[in-house]
Design a protein around this ligand. Structure first.
Ligand SMILES: Cc1ncc(C[n+]2csc(CCOP(=O)(O)OP(=O)(O)O)c2C)c(N)n1
Ligand code: SF4
Ligand SMILES: [Mg+2]
Length: 296
């Protein structure tokens, strides 16, 4: 018997989103549902884990398994799920505040471990849910609720950070191009290892600077300009081109910056997984007496 094709509708949940009309996160949702359909992944074999923020509401709107965790903790929860059952496709998702602010430590360690998870960051350069405070990616001098005289810090460059931390798939997408997002998500999910997809996803309510038009005037395709994602040196060059200390040079590259597929994943190396997924092991200890003996 041949298996029937999974339709796009089957990846959608019945919950309607509360995002503002025009929010960039709609394109991320649409792109992700299309990527899952293209890959024909079974909704019950996928878990999407998020933190807290407007963007972190994403798992509610898909029919896959989901875990809406706490602020900055999408990655550790996703790590636990992946290690308990490496057969699942595990996707972490959230905002720039969630992933590059409060959760940045987890982000760095997951990348150096090369866990086989996909991390989608909806980067709107602001805290949306808490009504417009500066985030780690807010532009310098941007006036926000928490910076009435303008941001005085330099923004984090998530692409350079990911390169330095050892991520093996690093890409940037834009919510003005939902089809392009679907392709990047598909590649990231197919990649065996840690995949970061930073998405420029405008907050139409609280970020009046980095709008769709602002991005459209600046973005360009790495692929069309002949970038070679297998070259670490080339990746550093384009990664550091935006954001950078010289704010006037703002041509913004989109696409895959870097990909390397010959590095073992954390799951490949973890001795505890040699017997197979822990979820398939019998519950309890094989020899509790031996363990108790240690404490006598
Ligand atoms: C420990 C903790 N600190 C602070 C908050 C308040 N808080 C909720 S969401 C958020 C920031 C959200 O920004 P981001 O992750 O960029 O998501 P967005 O809403 O922009 O999509 C903050 C500071 C919280 N919920 N928990
Ligand atoms: S406040 Fe901004 S990030 Fe949140 S739903 Fe509205 S547009 Fe999207
Ligand atoms: Mg944000």
């Amino acid at each position: 018997m041949t298996e029937s094709t999974i339709q796009l509708q089957e990846y959608k949940s019945e919950i309607k989103s509360t995002w503002c009309p025009g929010c960039g996160d709609f394109a991320v949702l649409n792109g992700l549902q299309n990527a899952l359909k293209t890959l024909q992944l079974k909704p019950w074999a996928i878990t999407i884990v998020s933190g807290i923020g407007c963007s972190s509401n994403l798992p509610h709107f898909l029919s896959t398994y989901g875990f809406h965790s706490i602020h900055g903790r999408a990655i550790p929860v996703a790590t636990g799920i992946k290690l308990a059952n490496p057969e699942l496709t595990v996707i972490a998702a959230g905002g720039d505040g969630d992933g590059y602010g409060i959760g940045v430590g987890h982000f760095i360690h997951a990348m150096r471990r090369n866990l086989d998870i996909t991390y989608i960051v909806m980067n709107n350069q602001i805290y949306g849910l808490t009504t417009g405070q500066a985030s780690p990616t807010s532009e310098k001098e941007m006036v926000t609720k928490s910076t009435p005289e303008g941001v005085i810090e330099n923004p984090i460059n998530p692409i350079s950070l990911a390169l330095a931390a050892g991520a093996t798939f690093i890409a940037r997408g834009f919510s003005g191009d939902a089809k392009g997002l679907a392709v990047l998500f598909q590649k990231g999910i197919e990649h065996k290892g840690f995949a970061l997809i930073d998405v420029l996803s405008p907050c139409v309510t609280y970020n009046k600077i980095n709008t769709y038009d602002w991005f459209r005037q600046r973005v360009y395709s790495l692929e069309k300009e002949g970038h070679d994602p297998s070259s670490l040196t080339a990746a550093w060059g384009v990664a550091n081109s935006w954001p950078n200390l010289d704010q006037k040079r703002d041509r913004i590259p989109l696409g895959v910056f870097f990909q390397r597929s010959d590095i073992p994943t954390y799951e490949d190396l973890e001795p505890a997984l040699r017997k197979g997924p822990p979820v398939r092991q019998p519950l309890g200890l094989a020899n509790p007496e031996a363990l108790l003996e240690e404490f006598r």
